[in-house]
Design a protein around this ligand. Structure first.
Ligand code: SF4
Length: 184
């Protein structure tokens, strides 16, 4: 059985559209050229430069065969015990929260805590909007994330992509790099 690597981006995508997660995991990846993603990367590169950067996590998924959970935490305030995730807009805030909770979960699975033994918390930063949103990880979130990861593994092991989103959710498609592939 093929080993899967599931990261926070796939968790966010899967919540929006399982097909998007499948296409991304297959390497049919086109958002590298997207202006939106480029701006997001620019914000990443230019914000919070005084904080610690670049932590890689790679953990075996609990209860799943040949699934690794991976994450690259771009910014962490170690003294304050806060993970930061920088985003451009709040258009997909629920997916952003899922992605950040996923990273908090990885830290918990890895046994990483603040110096005082308390768990890390998360903060979504929207510098262009001058807004932040605090995100915490509850026990229920952990259960839900474990179920989500199992669902993503099932999706990624499909031989063919999941169906396109229905018309009631097509607003996501307008901003998706796969729109032409799905509807062109
Ligand atoms: S265009 Fe729509 S259906 Fe296709 S992958 Fe993107 S969000 Fe999903």
């Amino acid at each position: 059985m093929q080993q899967l690597r599931i990261g926070g981006m796939l968790v966010g995508y899967h919540g929006l559209c399982p097909r998007k997660a499948w296409l991304s995991a297959q390497g049919l990846w086109m958002e590298q050229e997207s202006d939106t993603v480029a701006l997001g990367r620019h914000l990443d590169a230019t914000t919070y430069t005084r904080e610690k950067k670049g932590y890689d996590l790679d953990i075996e998924a609990p209860g799943l065969n040949r699934v690794r959970l991976v994450g690259k935490i771009d910014h962490a305030d170690l003294d304050g015990g806060v993970l930061h995730e920088v985003k451009k807009s709040r258009a997909a805030e629920a997916a952003h929260e899922d992605q950040l909770r996923f990273y908090l979960w990885l830290l918990r699975l890895a046994g990483v805590t603040r110096a005082d033994g308390q768990p890390f918390t998360g903060r979504l930063d929207y510098p262009a909007l001058r807004k932040t949103r605090d995100v915490a990880l509850s026990d229920d979130d952990e259960v839900r994330l474990a179920q989500t990861v199992a669902g993503i593994a099932t999706t990624l092991r499909r031989p063919t992509p999941p169906p396109r989103l229905g018309p009631e959710r097509r607003t996501f498609c307008a901003a998706c790099a796969f729109e032409e592939l799905c509807y062109g």
